[in-house]
Design a protein around this ligand. Structure first.
Ligand code: TRP
Ligand code: ZN
Ligand code: CA
Length: 449
């Protein structure tokens, strides 16, 4: 049954007829309805926004090192895989993270007949589809306490994670921290983690940052040059304090980042040098002793709390915080548009139809002022009920039907508070014609973030 209504005189009924013809022609020509690839336009290089990082207190980082030294001393002088000092180190780090609100997971594996452990700590929140991971190996060699290799990286990553908690950071990306076991046996723990991660979870890791040997006593300032974007965030920080850096070359792939790089995950990191000798040119840049190893106690019993350069460890801790804050809180530039220009017929007094726009490559949620540009040609727009459907299906009413709104067409831009919705995913415009006689089609529609 059709409801009665009065038809108002039309200003330009020929134009309406022509429009209807255009729609029919487009549909007859087989224009795909909702499957066209939406165009993406917007400001070219607007530059992502992100928050400034706090200073990481070096005293706190060194307090963790003192704890790791005590653990080694109490457990036969080392914190090596399969030894009691390793498990005690894991327990120490885990307790600090648990108290700070992290969700921690202990992952067990077996290597050389002994049980090994990885500790994974997730900071609740952020986009679960974009994971920024940071890690350090927590095991030492059996020859010594492993304070520079790699208590230094472990402590810097721990204190940065605790700073995330102190700031109650609400990052756009999901932040995950990890402490690896059995690195010294050939990156066993990190390989185990990566190999046991389902492919879908692997694909969510946007980057992995590694710290291994972050406070060598005769330090160099090396930045992993594996991924240009991750390298840049560290180099920018060092440029800001006027300290030159060099690309890390002392055995590429000799730490846990290799496990991630091997499966195609972008990696970055910091390193202050191991057994290699510092050159005169490097002393000119960084000070220290030329002709001497960056770490003369590398893999030996003298790798104690005395084997740390505080300035290097302080800088690398702050640089890491800068990288996590920058990469973890960056939001996509505003103003980008996504459009679907494929026509979709709206059946007269019939079922709802939809047209989709798939958004990808953004971070975080949609804005509170998401603009929905709608261009629907119709001979009596009062017939139309229009909703925006978020990727999770939540409907936002853009327009209700009206028995008295006899004008043509809906050509309008609506503002939707979509701040509770993830930006990435398939958005749909849902249009239903709820009254007989007049008809039309979705000509195009557009989302502007
Ligand atoms: N733990 C590492 C190892 O013994 C130390 C190391 C050497 C390293 N070269 C490196 C760490 C380069 C990072 C990058 O192999
Ligand atoms: Zn190491
Ligand atoms: Ca109608």
């Amino acid at each position: 049954m059709t409801h009665p209504r009065s038809r108002l005189p039309r200003a330009n009924s020929r134009a309406v007829a022509a429009m209807a013809l255009t729609a029919a022609a487009a549909l007859l020509a087989g224009t795909p309805a909702a499957s066209a690839t939406p165009g993406r336009t917007g400001p070219a290089a607007a530059g992502a926004e992100s928050l400034a990082a706090p200073d990481i207190p070096i005293g706190n980082v060194k307090a963790h090192l003192a704890q790791l030294q005590s653990i080694a001393t109490a457990n036969g002088g080392n914190r090596a895989h399969g030894r009691t000092g390793y498990k005690a180190s894991i327990d120490y780090v885990k307790a600090r993270l648990d108290a700070a609100g992290f969700t921690t997971t202990l992952q067990q594996f077996t290597s050389s007949g002994s049980t090994g452990y990885n500790l994974v700590a997730d900071w609740p929140g952020g986009d679960p589809n974009q994971v920024l991971m940071t890690g350090a190996h927590l095991d030492s060699v059996s020859a010594g306490p492993g304070i520079n290799d790699n208590g230094s990286g472990s402590a810097a990553v721990l204190e940065t994670a605790l700073a995330v908690s102190r700031a109650q950071l609400q990052p756009t990306k999901h932040l995950r921290f990890a402490w690896w076991g059995a690195e010294e046996l050939g990156m066993v723990g990190s390989k185990y983690y990566v190999n046991n991660l389902p492919a879908t979870d692997r694909a969510k890791i946007t980057g992995y940052l590694n710290l291994d040997m972050a406070g060598s006593p005769n330090p160099g300032y090396f930045v992993y040059d594996d991924d240009p974007a991750l390298e840049k965030v560290f180099k920018d920080w060092y440029a800001g304090i006027g300290v030159p850096t060099e690309p890390e070359t002392e055995g590429d792939g000799r730490s846990d980042h290799a496990s991630f790089k091997n499966v195609g995950i972008p990696v970055g990191g910091l390193f202050t040098g191991a057994g290699r000798t510092k050159t005169a040119a490097q002393v000119t840049k960084w000070g220290g002793t030329s002709g001497q190893a960056f770490d003369r106690c590398y893999h030996s019993s003298c790798d104690t709390t005395a084997n740390i350069d505080d300035t290097a460890l302080d800088r690398n801790s702050d640089a890491l915080a800068h990288a996590i804050w920058t990469l973890g809180t960056e939001s996509s530039p505003p103003g980008e548009s996504y459009e679907n220009t494929a026509d979709v017929a709206v059946p007269d007094n019939g079922a709802a139809v939809t047209s989709s726009i798939t958004v990808s490559g953004r971070t975080g949620n949609a804005p509170a002022t998401l603009k929905v540009g709608v261009d629907i040609k119709h001979t009596w727009r009062g017939d139309l009920v229009i909703d925006l459907l978020a990727p999770d299906g939540t409907a936002y009413r853009l327009k209700n039907s009206s028995g008295s709104d006899s004008a043509d067409d809906v050509i309008a831009t609506y503002t939707v508070d979509a701040s509770g919705e993830t930006a990435n995913g398939t958005w749909r415009l849902r249009v239903q014609d709820v009254a007989a006689q007049d008809t039309g089609f979705i000509d195009s529609w557009k989302l502007t973030f």
